[in-house]
Design a protein around this ligand. Structure first.
Ligand code: 4NP
Length: 159
């Protein structure tokens, strides 16, 4: 399974989503490909935002090896699931997708969280550490819900 997390800048939300999903996959012994990208190119090559790194580290998730990059055309063929952080990212991805058949793989990450009234993971850029922590908590629940939906709740039995 290949999953791409997408937000606007690829420095605050999607790097956290990538790191959190990888942590849960590792716990379950699952070997998936997880990456993240931004709609914009402003932060290509940059480290994740220091507040994202700080909250991730506090929860045992290391995202310091990640670097920002922009969404590219090949992402739409390479990845099985493209998870948008908010409705604006979703609309941009739907517009960028080269083939109509690729629309089905583009979803809001919170659409996987049953009973959640929020549609969007709001952008913490320029806000306090508490906002980044709230984003972490929401993404942690959403990543686990997504994983369980994919049948990834059990540990892999492959040798
Ligand atoms: P993100 O937050 O989409 O969660 O990475 C943002 C980071 C930077 C910018 C916008 C959003 N920016 O405009 O530089």
């Amino acid at each position: 399974m290949k999953v791409l997390m997408v937000c606007l800048g690829n420095i605050c939300r999607s790097p956290l989503a990538e790191g959190i999903l990888k942590k849960h996959l590792e716990k379950r012994g699952l070997d998936w490909t997880v990456d993240s990208a931004g709609i914009g190119a402003w932060h290509a090559g940059d480290l994740p935002h220091h507040s994202s790194r700080q909250v991730a580290k506090a929860h045992g998730v290391d995202i310091s090896e990640q670097r920002g990059r922009q969404v590219r055309r090949s992402d739409f063929t390479e990845f099985d699931h493209i998870l948008a952080m908010d409705s604006e990212n979703l609309a941009d991805l739907q517009r960028l997708a080269p083939e109509p058949g690729q629309q089905a793989k583009i979803q809001l990450i919170l659409s996987h969280l049953e009973g959640e009234s929020l549609r969007d993971v709001s952008d913490p850029y320029g806000r306090t550490l508490e906002h980044f922590e709230a984003v972490f908590q929401l993404l942690d629940r959403a990543c686990q819900a997504f994983l369980e939906k994919q049948g990834g709740a059990s540990v892999s039995v492959h040798p």
